[in-house]
Design a protein around this ligand. Structure first.
Ligand code: NAP
Ligand code: MG
Length: 497
């Protein structure tokens, strides 16, 4: 099918689908003057910011401007060791002995303080990570708060949650997180660990350490006992030191499948507990009976939200053939109306790519799409002269063997394919090593259940996409990892039962 022809024809037939400079908004940048950045951030160990024994510091930048924001200490092996010891001592002497209701009170206090400082955290997240301020403000920070509230409530109900068993903490948890949701991932990991009586050493991603470090300040303000949470920024080696530390009882990792496999090998035979949240290549399946304009919004949210830096992004669109032309025409128009640019501007839909390295990876995969023979369509929006940006892009004429249909791009790039029967949709959706998420769009409830039963994915959204809730377990099948985060299932990963 020639989608490109279809798109042209529909544009001609439907003047209302004309795109271009329909709306020009005045710039609406979020203020940043309320945010106080330190010039330098030490490691957060034992309740204090300390100089790194490694002697190393690195600059962290704003990916939208390429300007440095601060210098951050890099934790070496000796620093990780100090952090693990601080966490171990805090677990044995203080946190592990507190009555559960007291642990809950600290978590409630953290949740409330984070809520009070929502604006500061949203701005900082946007500046360090590149995501639109509207997302940081409306998604990342409120969800991070919700995770603390949710787990605060669990702290003194573990015995009820696992009736007839004796839930006990594991000890020190080493937690390693990626750069796409820096604050949310920190909350996602820290809150259940603390609720269950464990202590934490957290390694943020190299490119986005700042919200985790500001969270450390907030822990101080909440009076959290020293050593309960320790934060050790650094690169891959810092993460590896944490994984290999003999006194760590559990590793929780979110990141790439490649590094997840390394970690799984490293902990094999050590007795350490492990949960892995890894990559994905979700299929977003649209049936002919779906509400198409709604589906278009869901597809947009599925892949262009957070610049496609979402492990569960709907990066493969599977459309029922009979509506493909129509749907693509609507999608094409919508993509061209997305505003790409300054992440601090409240009108921005698509912000900056997180790093130069990630931008290169996205460019390389887009080139591979063209080389493999797919047809690339891109928004002709103007990109800022500085910073890392990539226009919203989709491919038609995609074969299942193409790299863009198989590999995680982790950018605003959608691969469109078609199907004729539900069986074919399932077959295509399930045919990758990943299985993190999927989406189904249809008017028929029965079809939703029939599909969700057969999709090999940890999360399946129906007539929506990329919605999260701390009460709902999240995690993958196959090479997307194992273990669940969130809800009662997520607690199990932090308990000896
Ligand atoms: P990554 O390279 O795997 O990094 C994830 C984290 O692990 C970072 O903190 C990283 O440090 C650290 N790390 C790197 N090498 C390590 C090693 N050998 N041992 C221990 N830790 C190590 O992933 P990324 O490129 O930063 O993030 C994008 C990937 O994460 C995507 O593939 C995406 O699918 C996945 N992801 C999955 C989920 C999920 O919930 N399933 C959520 C978000 C992201 P550096 O920052 O220094 O590299
Ligand atoms: Mg990396």
């Amino acid at each position: 099918m020639q989608f490109a022809d279809g798109v042209e024809r529909l544009r001609a037939e439907r003047p209302r689908l004309e795109f271009g400079a329909a709306w020009d908004y005045a710039p609406a940048p979020e203020a940043t003057d309320h945010l106080r950045l330190d010039g330098r951030y030490g490691l957060y160990i034992g309740g204090r910011f300390v100089e790194p024994k490694s002697g190393r510091w690195f600059a962290t930048i704003n990916p939208a401007t390429e300007e440095p924001l601060a210098e951050v200490a890099e934790a070496g092996e000796a620093d990780v060791d100090a952090a693990v010891r601080a966490a171990e001592s805090a677990q044995r002497r203080v946190w592990g002995r507190l009555p559960a209701a007291e642990r809950g009170k600290y978590l409630f206090r953290i949740a409330r303080l984070l809520q009070e400082k929502a604006r500061e955290f949203a701005v900082l997240e946007t500046m360090n990570g590149g995501k639109p301020i509207t997302e940081a403000r409306d998604v990342d920070v409120p969800l991070a708060v919700a995770h603390f509230f949710h787990h605060a409530g669990w702290a003194d109900k573990l015995a009820d949650a696992f009736a007839g068993r004796a839930p006990r903490p594991l000890g020190v948890c080493g937690q390693i997180i990626p750069w796409n949701f820096p604050l949310l991932m920190a909350a996602w990991k820290i809150a259940p660990a603390l609720a269950c009586g464990n202590t934490v050493v957290l390694k943020p991603a190299e490119t986005t350490p700042l919200t985790a470090l500001h969270l450390a300040k907030l822990f101080d303000e909440a009076g959290l006992p020293p050593g309960v949470v320790n934060i050790v920024p650094g690169a891959g080696e810092t993460g590896a030191s944490l994984v290999n530390h003999p006194r760590v009882a559990k590793i929780a990792f979110t990141g790439s499948t490649e590094v997840g496999k390394l970690i799984q090998r490293a902990v094999a035979g050590t007795g350490k507990r492990l949960t892995l949240e890894l990559g994905g290549k979700a299929a977003n399946i649209v049936f002919a009976d779906a509400a198409l304009d709604q589906a278009v919004e869901g597809i947009i949210r599925g892949i262009y939200f957070n610049q496609g830096h979402v492990c569960c992004a709907g990066s493969r669109l599977l459309v029922e053939e009979s509506i493909a032309e129509d749907l693509i025409a609507r999608l094409d128009w919508r993509i061209r109306s997305l505003r790409v640019g300054d992440p601090l501007d409240k009108n921005t839909d698509v912000g900056a790519i997180n790093s130069r390295a990630q931008l290169e990876k996205i460019r390389e995969l887009a080139r591979a799409g063209v080389d493999d023979g797919a047809v690339m369509h891109q928004s002709d929006c103007a990109l800022p002269g500085k910073g890392y940006f990539f226009p919203p892009t989709y491919f038609t004429g995609v074969a299942q063997s193409h790299r863009i249909a198989r590999e995680e791009i982790f950018g605003p790039v959608l691969a469109v394919m078609t199907f004729r029967t539900p069986d074919e949709a399932i077959e295509k959706a399930n045919n990758l090593p990943y299985g993190l998420s999927a989406g189904v769009w249809t008017d028929k409830g029965a079809k939703i259940f029939a599909m969700t039963r057969r999709l090999r994915a940890g999360v399946v959204w129906a007539n929506t996409f990329n919605k999260f809730d701390p009460a709902s377990p999240f995690g993958g099948y196959k090479e997307s990892g194992f273990g669940r985060e969130g809800g009662r299932h997520g607690l199990e990963a932090y308990l000896e039962l």
